[in-house]
Ligand binder design. Structure first.
Ligand code: ASP
Length: 330
C-alpha cells in the first residue's frame, strides 16, 4: 500500500515535470547569414518582418484549432517555399553550374518518423515530397532523379523547367557566378502542438555555388532537422558541413533528453561552443515539450520568429527578428 502510494506520488511528479506549460508554440527561421545592415534598411527589413509574421500567422491558424504539428510545419514551409525572399523553393540558391537542387526534411517527435528529399530539381514544394517519403514509403530519404520521380508519382506539384525556381536576383547571380555573392535564407519551422507533440521541418536550396550533387545538413535527419518528444524539435541553418559533422539537431535533442540540460543552455553550448571553435557559421531554432524556445545564431543575423499561447490565456505572444533584437508584434 505504502509502495503504491509512493509510486503514485512519483508518477504525479513525473507528469508535472512533463506537463505542457504553453498550450502550443511555433518557431520559424528564414535562414542565418551575415545580413550586414539589413536591420537598418527599413524597407527591406519590413519585408522580412512581414513575411515572418505571415508564416507565424499561418501556423497559428492551424495550431489554435487543434491542427497537428506536421500540418502546421508543412503549411508554413509551403509559404516560405513560395516566397522569393527565402532560399527555398522559388528564390532558392543555385549550384556552381546554375541549376537548382533542393533539399528538405520533416520529422515527428512522437514516433521518430521522418522523411527527406535531397537534390530534387522539379518538385515545387520539396517539404511535401519529404512528408510523402515519411508517410508513403518505408524509407527516410530519397535523392535526385528517384526522388523527383517519386514526387510525380505521388501526384505532387512538379515543374517542367528547373529554372522555375529562378528569380531576377538568382538569374543575375547565375550570370555573375564567378564573382563572390551569397544568399542565405534556408527556411525551417518547429512546433509544439496542443496534443503535446513536437515536429520539425527544414527546406533549402543549399549553399550558394555548391558543387552539383552536394547535399547539406537540411535533409539529413539528426544534422539539420530532428524531433523527439522526450528531447526537442530542432531546425538548423548555416554552413551545413559543420552541422553534419556536429550532428547538431540530434546533439541538441539528446543533451535535453539525456543530460536534462535546459534547451537554451544546450543550444548555446553547441552554437557558440562547438561550432564557434571551428568557425562554423549559423544558427538553429528549437522547442521542447514544455514550450521552451531556443534561437541562437553565431552569424551576423538570422531571420526568425516565434509565437506561443500560454495555457488559460487568450492572447498569443508573437515576435520576429533579423539581427540581435527581437521585435514584439501586436
Ligand atoms: N544549411 C544549408 C546547407 O548547408 C544552407 C543554409 O542554411 O543557409 O545546405
Amino acid at each position: 500500500m505504502k509502495r503504491l502510494f509512493i509510486g503514485l506520488i512519483v508518477a504525479l511528479i513525473g507528469v508535472q515535470l512533463y506537463a505542457q506549460e504553453r498550450e502550443y508554440v511555433i518557431v520559424v527561421h528564414g535562414g542565418a547569414g551575415a545580413m550586414k545592415g539589413l536591420e537598418n534598411n527599413k524597407a527591406k527589413a519590413a519585408e522580412y518582418y512581414a513575411a515572418l509574421d505571415s508564416a507565424l500567422t499561418i501556423g497559428d491558424a492551424i495550431l489554435s484549432r487543434g491542427g497537428e504539428g506536421p500540418e502546421a510545419v508543412m503549411a508554413v514551409i509551403n509559404y516560405f517555399e513560395g516566397n522569393p525572399l527565402f532560399n527555398a523553393g522559388v528564390g532558392a540558391t543555385c549550384t556552381i553550374d546554375g541549376t537548382f537542387e533542393l533539399d528538405a526534411s520533416i520529422m515527428e517527435g512522437k514516433d521518430l518518423s521522418a522523411g527527406a528529399v535531397a537534390g530534387v530539381k522539379y518538385v515545387k514544394h520539396p517539404i511535401n515530397a519529404a512528408y510523402a517519403v515519411k508517410t508513403k514509403t518505408e524509407h527516410v530519404m530519397l535523392a535526385g532523379e528517384g526522388a523527383d520521380l517519386f514526387a510525380k508519382e505521388q501526384g505532387l506539384e512538379t515543374v517542367t523547367d528547373n529554372q522555375y525556381f529562378a528569380t531576377p536576383k538568382t538569374m543575375k547571380w547565375i550570370e555573375e557566378l564567378k564573382k563572390e555573392s551569397k544568399k542565405n535564407g534556408t527556411v525551417g519551422c518547429v512546433v509544439l502542438d496542443k496534443q503535446g507533440n513536437l515536429t520539425a521541418g527544414t527546406s533549402t536550396g543549399g549553399r550558394f555555388k555548391k558543387q552539383w550533387g552536394r547535399v547539406g545538413d537540411s535533409p539529413v535527419i539528426g544534422a539539420g532537422t530532428y524531433a523527439d518528444n522526450e528531447g526537442c524539435a530542432v531546425s538548423c541553418t548555416g554552413h551545413g558541413e559543420y552541422f553534419i559533422r556536429h550532428v547538431v539537431a540530434y546533439n541538441l535533442s539528446t543533451r535535453v533528453k539525456m543530460l536534462n540540460q535546459p534547451i537554451e543552455k544546450a543550444a548555446d553550448e553547441i552554437i557558440f561552443g562547438e561550432l564557434n571553435a571551428e568557425a562554423g557559421n549559423g544558427g538553429l531554432i528549437a522547442v521542447d515539450r514544455k514550450g521552451n524556445i531556443a534561437m541562437p545564431f553565431n552569424s551576423g543575423g538570422m531571420h526568425r520568429g516565434y509565437l506561443y499561447k500560454e495555457k488559460g490565456k487568450d492572447k498569443v505572444v508573437k515576435a520576429v527578428g533579423i539581427g540581435q533584437t527581437m521585435k514584439v508584434l501586436p
